[in-house]
Design a protein. Structure first.
Ligand code: ADP
Ligand SMILES: Cc1ncc(COP(=O)(O)OP(=O)(O)O)c(N)n1
Length: 261
């Protein structure tokens, strides 16, 4: 059977734990055909982001044309945007209705510390987004706040949803405790998706993997709540599969495929 086509618009991670590489692995693991538009190239491994090169906006434009002129894209995941001009190139296609089921992971700072994106670039896309997937720090930054306390997450999600996205999932990887809970705000109400915390240092690319899985499942026909529930379970299994891996010396990648075994 011909697979559904999903698009990732994101940065390349040379260590392949996050970014375009994590997205394509996730798309493949979930039985979809992944296409890609590279917005930036990072020299990155499990320890650090060493360098970042933004792809010129004309080349981002060219890649978008190449993919959208030939493939019927059923869902798109957007990660690292590189520049505001790249964001505008994406916004133009979204305005024209060429990017259905648009999932935006507002990548701002790598967990190893380097700045990877700008709030202004993310803001340009918010009106066209179907599902926004910030972690707590990203949600706070998008709202111009320093941080979010546990009781402020639902209110922040509602505020972000009012800026355009039909649904907002604030992921909770950085919270304390034996459970990790993500909050989905949609249709004016909150739902929580909780799962066991996987104790591991191999958690590079969890946000990329989660948002890519949401996009893949929307492409396969899930409703937003179903897609978020599936993505949450998939990330938990991928973290568990790679828990004891020694791939690189720092925060290693997830096991995107092994849970099928
Ligand atoms: N240690 C963990 N155990 C289980 N699930 C996790 C863990 N860390 C993150 N997650 C899950 O990974 C997904 C991405 O969340 P998060 O880590 O907050 O994103 P980001 O990488 O953008 O900071 C969410 O579904 C979250 O619940
Ligand atoms: C090229 C690139 N894109 C995104 C990220 C951030 O990945 P993410 O899954 O959001 O989170 P961490 O792995 O940084 O926790 C990246 N590092 N590189």
């Amino acid at each position: 059977m011909t697979p559904v086509v999903v698009l990732t618009i994101a940065g390349s991670d040379s260590g392949a734990g996050a970014g375009i590489q994590a997205d394509l692995k996730t798309f493949a693991a979930l039985g979809t055909y992944g296409t890609s538009v590279v917005t930036a190239v990072t020299a990155q491994n499990t320890r650090a982001v060493l360098d970042v090169h933004a792809v010129p906006a004309a080349m981002v434009d060219g890649q978008l044309d190449a993919v959208l002129d030939d493939f019927e894209v059923a869902a798109t995941k957007v990660g690292m945007l590189g520049t505001e001009e790249a964001a505008e190139a994406v916004a133009r296609r979204a305005r024209a209705g060429r990017l259905p089921n648009l999932v935006l992971d507002p990548v701002l700072t790598a967990s190893t510390g380097r700045r990877l994106g700008l709030v202004a670039a993310v803001d340009r896309l918010l009106p066209y987004v179907n599902v926004l997937t910030p972690n707590r720090a990203e949600a706070a930054a998008l709202l111009g706040r320093a941080a979010l306390g546990p009781d402020e997450v639902a209110g922040a999600a509602a505020q972000l949803a009012a800026a355009g996205p039909g649904a907002v999932v604030v992921t909770g990887g950085d919270a304390e405790g034996g459970e990790v809970a993500d909050l989905l705000w949609t249709n004016g109400g909150a739902r929580t998706f909780a799962g066991p915390r996987v104790e591991t240092t191999n958690q590079h690319g969890t946000g990329c993997t989660f948002s890519a899985a949401v996009a893949a499942r929307l492409a396969l026909g899930d409703e937003v709540g179903e897609a978020v529930g599936f993505a949450k379970g998939y990330v938990t299994r991928a973290l568990a599969g790679g828990r004891d891996w020694t791939v690189g010396e720092g925060a290693g990648p997830l096991d995107h495929f092994g849970w099928f075994a």
